[in-house]
Write a protein that binds this ligand. Sequence first.
Ligand code: PMP
Length: 480
Amino acid sequence: PGEQMSKSETIELRNKIIGKSCQLFYKNDPLKIVRGKGQFMYDEEGTRYLDCINNVATVGHCHPKVVQAGSSQMSVISTNNRFLHDELIKCAQNLIERMPHDSLSVCFFVNSGSEANDLALRLARAHTQQKDIITLDHAYHGHIISCMEISPYKFNRPGNIDVKKPDFVHVASCPDVYRGKYRNIDHPNSKLSDLYANDVKKIIETIQQNDKGVSAFIAESLQSCGGQIFAPVGYFEKVYEAVRKAGGVCIADEVQVGFGRVGTHYWAFETQNVVPDIVTVAKPMGNGHPVGAVVTTKQIADSFAKTGVQYFNTYGGNPVSCAIANAVMQVIDEEKLQENCLVVGNYLLEKAGDLMKDFELIGDVRGMGLFFGIELVTDRKLRTPATEEANFIVDRMKNVHKILVSSDGPDDNVVKLKPPMVFDKENVDEFIAGFKECLQHIYKEKEKFIALTASSQIPCSLTLSAAKISEKRDRFIKSV
Ligand code: PMP
């Protein structure tokens, strides 16, 4: 392991032999990561990066107990799940024990979040004998066609002919109380859950008016691609009730937010006081190894069995994946990582909240445990997205401070943190110091811009670099 060719060679070969659409972080200056430990990653020159991006490395990069569990199982046997194996049974037991309700009692194993959601759709269809499904705006549920079809984050993109929104997919408003359809500046907090839940109820009525039935409602309990969205209290309870009344089932996608990250609970849906009919899990379950699962009720699993179509997934639930997942769940308990998320997440909330007092650019700070978002706006009243600034900060955090964060949301103006769950208060201090410097830099640049432009009345915005300022200024001068 380690570096086998120079970074420039890696880039050159990647450009030649890997599909152009394969996404890279920092695509103009990508990172070559050669090893990881805990909450840190190291590039080919040995530079250390504080990892605030990797919710996949749940218990920390290369946790020795997880590595040991995987490698010792690999040295004994790894085969498909058509043979009996105790690691698979233990893994199912581990997942079921961690569910808050006895009804969630049957498991299926898969290799990824996309596979988990695809199987969840099949289970829902088999159980309800219906196909119509309700998803939330900006949601992302996976890269395979069935998941892309329920992912407004991806479908109907210009030029994308393979994945258009099918008629059986219905999109409800994303319950974003800060910049969504119903905002907390326009409506009292107590009304927001009804307003957003009514959107779903209207969709259900439309489905029924068209003589169709509801198969499922699918949502992340805290929406990640929407820009770290926390639905108003009571929203999911109201939606689940309406969906079930219409005969549909409720699917909670816990692919990003499960396994204790939210701090107060093991699963994010618990923060909304609901019990789903189907739960999909993946990413954090393997600490970097591909493994996922679907947990559901006996009734739904039996409906699926009644179709007579046997379920087989070559790698899903192989002994190595299951041994790894078992070790991950054990480490989360032993090292009290859920509790750590709560304590460190609250500290982060407090420190980021302090920054808000000094920097108008921060419009909203929201987080639950170590699932965290800082929404940047150029105007706090209008909540105008500060996309350019968010992107600038993501790059500067990496280049200057060696801290990895990402941005997301429909306007790409939310700086997101979802670090390994071993993240500590010292790491928060490091993040906050870096973030503050980035904000100060933007403000200094803005002052320079105002000084430069005052005489010629150039429309002023937060601009990001001296080069950009003069480019904008030249363009403006040319245009008048
Ligand atoms: N659901 C959610 C909420 C996700 O964030 C993702 C991946 N980002 C998926 C599903 C798909 O998971 P995978 O990439 O493992 O297929």
